[in-house]
Ligand binder design. Sequence first.
Ligand SMILES: C[S@@+](CC[C@H](N)C(=O)[O-])C[C@H]1O[C@@H](n2cnc3c(N)ncnc32)[C@H](O)[C@@H]1O
Length: 254
Amino acid sequence: MNAVLAETTAQLRAVGCVYAEEEAAILVAAADSAAQLRELIGRRAAGEPLEQIVGHAEFDGTRVRLRHGVFVPRVRSQLLVREAATRTRPGDTVVDLCCGSGALGLALLRRVPGIDLTAADSDPAAVACARDNLGADRVFEGDLFDALPAGLRGRINVLLANVPYVASAHIDYLPAEARLHEPRTALDGGPDGLDIFRAVVAAAGSWLAPGGLLLSEITEAQADTAAEVVRRAGLRPGLCHDDELEATVVTATR
Ligand SMILES: C[S@@+](CC[C@H](N)C(=O)[O-])C[C@H]1O[C@@H](n2cnc3c(N)ncnc32)[C@H](O)[C@@H]1O
């Protein structure tokens, strides 16, 4: 290990970074000068997510560009992408709703080239970031389905919707990186965490094509309630879980 890397690792370790060596390598590679490296280390020491500092995240084998204040894609969301990929064919109409950086849509595009992908989010910073990743012409800004071109109604084969699903009372217990550096609107799903999921499911029936599939990440504890929400909306529920990723996905098929 060279001296700069060793020193950076030591500084990150001293402020409690668990993966100090890996993070040091990323910061050193991102800095153009010693002064800039000092600035980046300072921001990391103050708790800013590494991915927002360097402007990119690795997700499902894809490099995703990231902006300040935009939700950092989580490793566990690979389950959602993996499940979507097994049921997506080239040429399918795919929507990444609540897209954040657009990480999920981008990863699915890599796994299934040739999909017709549209993405949307209500947060202007997220929309700008998703446009960096997916191109300006396929990312729209607005509240849930209101953002989408009307022509997609009844035509969506695969609907990715990693909506905010943390129960409001649990927000205070999230790691500081999320609480302080990601917008509350990206995290807070209301009293039981499922408010936005309910809104998506309620409208999904009219936006999905016959046989079309909605996939949303939830917690394991929310699984029964989420499946019931899907059933009551007249869609067919399904659940997938991955112990290693600690991820749960609820699906709804029209
Ligand atoms: C948990 S983050 C997921 C981001 C991205 N899909 C990912 O997995 O990295 C939820 C996203 O939903 C967006 N969002 C919250 N409420 C929304 C709404 N009513 N309409 C559209 N987007 C919304 C937030 O701005 C945020 O980007």
